[in-house]
Design a protein around this ligand. Structure first.
Ligand SMILES: NC(=O)c1ccc[n+]([C@@H]2O[C@H](COP(=O)([O-])OP(=O)(O)OC[C@H]3O[C@@H](n4cnc5c(N)ncnc54)[C@H](O)[C@@H]3O)[C@@H](O)[C@H]2O)c1
Length: 333
């Protein structure tokens, strides 16, 4: 396979808008991009209460004193406010803001539609009005749902979402296709796969289990613990997003950013036990509605067009995550 080296297509100072930048992936991405003196970063977030907003405020605190960073608190559902606050000529929009969490999307599906579809359309409208060149959209492995053809390829059009969250992400990708065709906007949808690492969201399994196991509290496993996830380390995902900034060969692409190595839940628990040096107390409940049996990314397209290569094994990533987690606990003492 030939791996094409991407060409840096932005030269000079670029204005980037990052929505959802106070969250887990967003703040890790900003941490990387802020090193580039040619970028001016505007982060927009509403500190959604899905998890503690204090965590999100802490995430962006180190950036606030950087003159190349600007923060705007706003809700992506409020188009008039977006229009009045976002008047710069943004070259690139990285749209990460979303209602996240699969389980909660079954409880209140309407708000997922409002934020993830309505909010995405607002950002695309803004991109059109500001004549933005590139729009990068955070999509998800959830679009594939229960498609049995693993590993999942982007050109397999059989999308079988089994939760409202996945449905909203497919809609975002399709909205992007329309705007890209009509308004000469480059749209890249990146399908993320179970991202983990420092600052990980507290609702996600690695964060949840690490906290409980280290406190000696029981963890809940749904079903027999046989579900498999393609856990992808945050630094690898960030490198994929950064590589996308340089991609200019086509106007619309959907790209998997996964690890290409699904791991069973029980195996993950064993690895956490090993790294934490503690035995987990496992409590089993029936399988959860909306939970697919496997996620598994074919990453050959990302390798080919972005030169993407996940470099962090799950064991190394868990070690990095847990040393960050322990550091946080020390700080809060
Ligand atoms: N973490 C993963 O494993 C994963 C996997 C697939 C896709 N994704 C997608 O990646 C993106 C980032 O996910 P994350 O894990 O960093 O989640 P996160 O919750 O940490 O970050 C999302 C951010 O969006 C903000 N937000 C939510 N609703 C908003 C609104 N109405 N207006 C403005 N801001 C709003 C939140 O306050 C939060 O800071 C999301 O689009 C998510 O769907 C994440």
């Amino acid at each position: 396979m030939t791996i094409r080296k991407p060409v840096k297509y932005y030269v000079g100072v670029k204005q980037i808008l990052i929505t959802g930048g106070a969250g887990f992936i967003g703040s890790n991405l900003i941490n990387k991009l802020i090193e580039d003196p040619n970028l001016r970063i505007t982060c927009l977030d509403n500190f959604d209460p899905f998890y503690n907003s204090k965590v999100k405020k802490e995430n962006i605190k180190p950036f606030l004193k950087n003159p190349n960073f600007n923060f705007i608190q706003a809700d992506i559902r409020n188009f008039p406010k977006l229009k009045s606050k976002l008047t710069k000529k943004f070259d690139i929009i990285i749209h990460l803001a979303a209602k996240v969490g699969i389980g909660s999307s079954l409880v209140d599906p309407k708000i997922y539609t409002e934020v993830n579809i309505g909010g995405t359309q607002n950002l695309l409208e803004l991109a059109k009005q500001l004549k933005c060149k590139q729009f990068i959209f955070a999509s998800s492995s959830s679009v594939y749902g229960v498609n049995p053809n693993v590993p999942w390829r982007e050109d397999d059009r059989v999308l079988m979402p089994i939760n409202p969250y996945g449905f909203t992400k497919i809609s975002g990708e399709l909205l992007g296709q329309v705007y890209s065709k009509l308004y000469n906007l480059q749209f890249i949808g990146l399908r993320f796969f179970s991202v983990y690492g420092p600052k990980q969201r507290p609702d996600l399994v690695i964060h949840k289990f690490t906290k409980l196991i280290s406190k000696g509290k029981p963890i809940t496993i749904y079903g027999e613990g046989k579900t498999k996830r393609d856990y992808t380390f945050i630094d690898d995902v960030v490198s994929g997003i950064v590589a996308t900034l340089d991609y200019s060969s086509s106007q619309y692409e959907i790209i998997n950013l996964g690890n290409n190595e699904p791991v069973e839940l029980l195996k993950l628990v064993q690895m956490l036990e090993k790294v934490l040096g503690k035995k987990a107390k496992v409590f089993k409940l029936p399988e959860q509605l909306g939970d697919p049996p496997i996620t598994f990314a074919d990453i050959s397209k990302a390798q080919r067009i972005l030169n993407y290569q996940p470099r962090t094994s799950l064991l190394d990533g868990l070690q990095k995550y847990i040393s960050w987690f322990k550091g946080q606990n020390e700080k809060s003492k």
